[in-house]
Design a protein around this ligand. Structure first.
Ligand code: FAD
Ligand code: NAI
Length: 474
């Protein structure tokens, strides 16, 4: 006899576990199935984000920044460090502890919200008038029956066709977060978000990092002015970034040899101790047995959904990395909440225009809304204003004055259309602009709000003032 639930969620990453909790808060009986295993074979809910993504990468980012500051930044503050030494085991161990705290936190939240958790793989068996039968294969084998199904099975790293990941020399994000000795020479294929974040972490720890990117333009999705500034700063830090390359044969032996041609067509060969391949991700529908119920995938393998995350099947929904849209944890979470609310008859909503993006390099890059190149392409008349952190008192006191805040506002109405930040704590600073855009504020609204002094957020106010050419401190 199957166990009955109002909602069964398959996948316990940010999309799935948040959907499960919200559905339970709304009074439904909820099961969440997740197959991720920790190193002891036990459950490790939280998905890519918690286990091999957002959380461990930010733990290493913090540790590697401390190391770099101790080695290169403290002296300016009059702090002398003698005998500085890297204990990589301790650093990786701390990262693992942070991950485990998050896994345990999610299990606790499931208990608190009365979500029944199943550790194993969930798959469709069949459907009938009462709903969908789902099998769980794992620690125990179960049969579940759900009126509504939410699919949140996430994504997997894309490998180069000729070179599978071995996670020893050729690394996906999983291996890149667990290198057991700092490589002397680290190669990275793909100058996207993972390539830049992980490349920066290992550079700070002492690796010589070369990033090989196929596209001719650096960070094409980022506002051009910000991307140019980022390229300048990262190059100054010592990251070697080669644009417009074409990757040829890759040989894996004691080290990894990468053959490629540069933007001018000239052939090169480089040897690396480790190679990170970060060339995007593919949706994960493996093992769902989607064919059994006739679930439609799109031409790229994502689960086909409408704007409200409804799939091709009645009462089957899909959220997060396994559907169209940006591969971001907070986008997955917002979709999860909205779907749970829709199932409960409410009007959940996700505003795709105000989803913030952050690249956790140093300095961080964060933005919301349109870039200048998008506004030009769409023929929208706009005004721009920017303010450099160099002119911000708090940034000077911090000793971190690189970058700027840039505002783009409608030429007629002054409504904020986009905000772009490269600089210290950009990931935190962007929240103010997200709120402003949600409330359809004008640049003038931000310019008239009192911001604490001295704070980095004053750069946001000053950039808003700059839209009208009336910055006070620059
Ligand atoms: P996932 O997190 O991938 O979770 C899916 C879960 O479903 C997994 O646990 C998987 O095991 C499970 N599953 C799959 N199929 C089945 C099945 N049939 N049965 C049972 N379980 C199944 N995003 C940000 O917003 N900020 C960041 O800083 C950030 N950093 C990142 C750093 C790295 C290195 C990487 C790789 C990604 C990062 N991301 C970041 C992206 C973020 O991790 C994803 O967007 C997010 O995890 C997507 O959530 P999800 O719930 O859709 O899928
Ligand atoms: P990405 O899409 O950000 O970057 C991939 C890069 O690889 C692109 O610049 C692409 O042009 C390049 N590329 C593709 N094929 C190539 C080839 N054959 N040779 C050379 N270059 C090639 O993908 P990435 O970095 O793998 O990250 C995947 C996703 O994970 C991101 O889209 C992002 O949404 C998410 N993520 C988010 C983070 C955040 O929010 N801070 C952090 C890390 C990942």
């Amino acid at each position: 006899m199957s166990k009955q639930f109002d909602v069964i969620v398959i996948g316990g990453g940010p999309g799935g576990y948040i959907a499960a909790i919200r559905a339970a808060q709304l009074g439904m009986s909820v099961a969440c199935i997740d197959e991720w295993k920790n190193d002891k074979g036990g459950p490790a809910p939280g998905g890519t984000c918690t286990n091999v993504g957002c959380i461990p990468s930010k733990a290493l980012l913090q540790s590697s920044e401390h190391f770099e500051h101790a080695g290169h930044g403290f002296a300016e503050h009059g702090i002398e460090v003698k005998g500085l030494k890297l204990n990589l085991d301790q650093m990786l161990g701390r990262k693992d502890t942070v991950v485990k705290q998050n896994n345990d936190g999610i299990l606790y939240l499931f208990k608190k919200n009365k979500v029944t958790f199943f550790h194993g793989r969930g798959a469709f068996v069949k459907s009938d008038a009462e709903g969908y039968e789902i099998s769980v294969t794992g620690a125990t084998n179960e049969s579940l029956k759900g009126k509504h199904i939410i699919l949140a099975t996430g994504s997997n790293p894309r490998a180069l066709p000729s070179t599978p990941f071995d996670e020893k020399l050729v690394l996906s994000n999983t291996g890149a977060l667990a290198i057991d000795a700092v490589p002397k020479k680290l190669g990275v294929i793909g100058a996207g978000v993972i390539g830049l974040e992980m490349g920066s972490v290992w550079r700070r720890l002492g690796a010589e990092v070369t990033i090989l990117e196929a596209m001719p333009t650096f960070l094409g999705a980022v506002d051009e002015q910000i991307a140019k500034e980022a390229h300048k700063l990262f190059t100054k830090q010592g990251l070697v970034i080669e644009m417009g390359v074409q990757i040829g044969e890759i040989k894996v032996g004691k080290e990894v040899t990468v053959n490629y041609t540069d933007a001018d067509g000239k052939a090169h060969k480089q040897q690396f101790d480790r190679l990170i391949v970060s060339i995007g991700r593919v949706p994960n529908t493996i093992g769902l047995n989607a064919e059994a119920v006739g679930l439609t995938l799109d031409e790229r393998g994502f689960i086909a959904v409408d704007a409200d995350c409804r799939s091709s099947l009645p009462n089957v929904w899909a959220v997060g990395d396994v559907v169209r849209g940006p591969l971001l944890a907070h986008k997955a979470e917002e979709e999860g909440v909205a779907v749970a609310e829709r199932i409960a008859g409410q009007h959940g909503h996700v505003n795709f225009n105000t989803i913030p993006w952050v690249i956790y390099t140093s300095p961080e890059i964060a933005w919301v809304g349109k870039t200048e190149q998008q506004l030009k392409a769409e023929g929208i008349a706009y005004k721009a204003g920017s303010f450099p952190f160099m002119a911000n008192g708090r940034a000077r006191a911090l000793g971190d004055t690189s970058g700027m805040v840039k505002f783009l506002a409608d030429a007629t109405s002054d409504e904020i259309l986009g905000v772009h930040i490269i600089g210290p704590m950009a990931s935190e600073l962007i929240a103010e602009s997200v709120v402003a855009m949600e409330f359809r504020a004008s640049a003038e609204d931000i310019a008239r709000i009192c911001h604490a002094h001295p704070s980095l957020s004053e750069a946001t106010k000053e950039a808003a003032l700059a839209v009208d050419k009336r910055s006070l401190n620059f």
